[in-house]
Ligand binder design. Structure first.
Ligand SMILES: [Zn+2]
Length: 333
């Protein structure tokens, strides 16, 4: 494997993608133009999203979502996001959807957004072969009460398409246990669970997510490396990390891919997957993530095959969908 086309050709499963965060900037600009909305200075002179640090990134992210106001906007967003993912070799993607942005946590409105998103996703599957499922995500810095409303939207729409519940946003706002009610309720409704932790919070934030929210996957989780006992616990319990190396480097958590702990975590037996998080914000794609890992650690087709298999096992979709995806991985092997 040497050029970009080789990395794009590998079949990939992505488990950690924020739907709005994956919006191509040109799509947001077009929508803003159509709606005559002035987004202010959220783009740099080359047209990319511009931000200073993680907290400013959250602000720019929320500003960009200002133009996404209707179910139709989200249908168009879905098509734009899935086109990018499919071009990068992604055959399955779980995207984080927030009723906070889709209808202000009103169940009726949320269902309309969901219907529009699903229609666009079904069309993308027919046209491009990419399969999408939704993980409803509450926003930590909006607080536990709003999270309960989000969780209710998730539980009410749980099925073969909305398959999981998670939490994103500023890891330093509120404790995981403040959200335990929402996670317990979603677990009882049959949803599978993931939580962002161990990105801006240290190892303790990962322990809290495991102990208080009882998740089977952790979004990021890379700072487990600061506590080797925790690393061993993750390996023993088979907790899957949704690792987003390009995001961590772009936001300054690590200076470059070589310094990223993903290889140390893998060597110590932690189950890992690779995702982009908010790709256009970090000038990333799944193919670029693979290429960077190949260059930094010599990851080859065999290791990428293991990563895809781990993602398939950890995916929140049903067995029939997994079987279809497994065939597509086998064809490649
Ligand atoms: Zn994330």
């Amino acid at each position: 494997m040497s050029d970009a086309a080789d990395f794009a050709a590998l079949p990939k499963l992505e488990l950690h993608l924020h739907h709005e965060g994956a919006a191509p900037p040109e799509f947001i600009r077009r929508l803003a133009g159509e709606k005559k909305v002035d987004l202010g200075g959220i783009f740099d002179e080359r047209g990319h999203y511009a931000y200073e640090d993680f907290w400013h990134f959250l602000k720019v992210y929320e500003a960009a979502t200002e133009v996404l106001k209707t179910p139709e906007d989200y249908a168009r967003l879905t098509t734009a996001v899935l086109e990018e993912s499919a071009a990068s070799g992604v055959i399955y993607t779980e995207t984080f959807l927030s009723p906070d942005f889709c209808g202000g946590r009103d169940l009726g409105a949320w269902k309309e957004y969901l219907h529009a998103i699903r229609e666009a996703a079904d069309k993308a599957e027919r046209d491009m072969g990419i399969v999408m499922r939704g993980v409803v995500t509450c926003i930590r810095h909006f607080g536990p009460d709003k999270a309960k409303e989000t969780a209710l939207c998730a539980a009410e729409t749980h099925g073969d398409w909305i398959t999981g519940f998670g939490i994103a946003g500023d890891e330093k706002a509120s404790n995981p246990k403040d959200f335990a009610w929402s996670f317990d309720m979603c677990r009882e409704a049959g949803l599978q669970l993931t939580a962002h932790a161990g990105e801006w919070g240290g190892p303790q934030s990962i322990k809290d997510a495991l102990d208080d929210l009882k998740v089977t996957r952790i979004g990021h989780g890379v700072r487990a490396i600061e506590d080797l006992e925790l690393v061993d616990r993750l390996a023993e319990e088979g907790i899957v990390l949704e690792v987003c190396p390009g995001s961590n480097v772009a936001l300054g958590l690590y200076p470059n891919t070589q310094c990223h702990p993903i290889e140390m975590l893998r060597e110590r037996g932690v189950k890992l997957t690779v995702s982009t998080d908010d790709p256009p914000f970090f000038h990333s794609t799944m193919a670029k993530e693979y290429e960077a890992l190949h260059r930094a650690f010599g990851w080859d087709e065999e290791i990428f095959g293991q990563i895809a298999q781990t993602a398939l096992d950890a995916a929140f979709c049903d067995a029939a969908t997994k079987e279809k995806l497994a065939k597509r991985l086998e064809i490649r092997a």
